[in-house]
Design a protein around this ligand. Structure first.
Ligand code: AGV
Ligand code: CA
Length: 311
């Protein structure tokens, strides 16, 4: 089987780690590198969780890069601290790993080297901001020719955003808002971009019914662990969504169940500054084409999750 070479760039929230679990389970995906963006996490904690999961999956050889760029709009600290809880879960606390971020290479270097040394075109799966990839392309424009597809959990096209903060009008999604300048640039390179925005992820909340069903299968180690990760998301505060969605989990599932999605191809743009900074918009004539997920077949998606986590 020809495996798809994937670089995974995540930013350490609970669903980013669920995405990692899914990616590790995909028979036709080879993770050729992992980059961690210090966005929805504190880097030390996110690195520790990443190392623990790789250890648990027997995939410790996968190389990790650390993002050293910090976006313009910082994530709220109480979100960033979530992996602290995750690392303390009984299933992970005992796994000993060496997680000093200063001993890992920079993400931009990792992304560049992995793309240039790959024999086949590389897929970039991003479940956090896009800064590392954009910085790599800014330094080396040739990378674009070796990238098959960029899948990004980000944006809110025909629905409200999820940013609730000062000097902003709420039209942006957080992964775009963190570094809207890079996000706008990402569209300029003619890449095959697949957005999995809030338009699609709003359909898939983390629900108690789903967690109950998953818990029925907790004799399987990944179902057990995933249930614990999701349990840490249940206290999402009312000032934001009230509910934690399967944002990154849905985006990652695209690699396994692409036919479950309804896409629209459109010309798009991104606001870089001002009260709508980070807003993703339709823009005819922009000549920046993207494939945007608008809907997903929920039953197929939830079945896929249960099946994957129980085998
Ligand atoms: O906007 C969704 C992105 C996803 O990549 N992240 C969380 C997911 O990992 C930011 C975010 C939005 N609302 C949040 C977020 C919340 N209530 N808690 C933590 N992160
Ligand atoms: Ca994320």
């Amino acid at each position: 089987m020809q495996k798809r070479s994937v670089i995974f760039d995540h930013d350490g929230s609970a669903d980013d780690f669920l995405s990692l679990i899914l990616l590790l389970s995909m028979p036709d995906v080879e993770i050729i590198g992992i980059s961690i963006t210090p966005a929805d996490c504190y880097i030390e904690n996110a690195l520790e969780t990443t190392l623990k999961l790789l250890e648990r999956a027997g995939k410790s050889e996968i190389e990790i890069g650390i993002g050293n760029f910090h976006g313009i709009n910082a994530f709220p600290s109480h979100w960033r601290a979530k992996p602290k809880v995750i690392n303390a879960l009984p299933s992970l606390i005992g796994i000993e790993v060496e997680g000093n971020p200063t001993q890992f290479i920079d993400s931009v270097e990792l992304i560049t080297r992995k793309i240039l040394s790959s024999n086949d075109p590389v897929t970039i799966m991003m479940t956090g901001p896009c800064s590392n990839l954009v910085h790599a392309i800014r330094e080396n424009a040739d990378l674009v020719h070796h990238i098959e597809e960029v899948i990004w959990m980000g944006g809110a096209f025909d629905v409200p955003g999820n940013v609730a903060t000062y000097n902003h009008n709420g039209t942006a999604e957080w992964n775009v808002f963190w570094d809207p300048i890079s996000a706008k640039d990402l569209l300029k390179y003619g890449l095959n971009i697949v957005f999995v925005p809030l338009d699609a992820t709003n359909d898939v909340p983390v629900s108690m019914d789903f967690l109950k069903e998953l818990a029925n299968h907790r004799e399987h180690q990944w179902a057990d662990l995933a249930g614990q990760f999701w349990a840490t998301t249940i206290d999402t505060i009312p000032a934001y969504e009230y509910i934690y969605f399967m944002w990154d989990v849905l985006a990652t599932s695209y690699l396994a169940i692409p036919n479950a999605f309804v896409f629209e191809s459109m010309e798009v743009d991104i606001e870089a500054v001002g009260p709508s900074a980070g807003r993703t918009v339709r823009k005819e004539g922009s000549n920046q084409f993207a494939k945007v997920a608008m809907n997903v077949n929920k039953e197929t998606f939830y079945d896929y999750l249960i099946n994957t986590l129980t085998t």
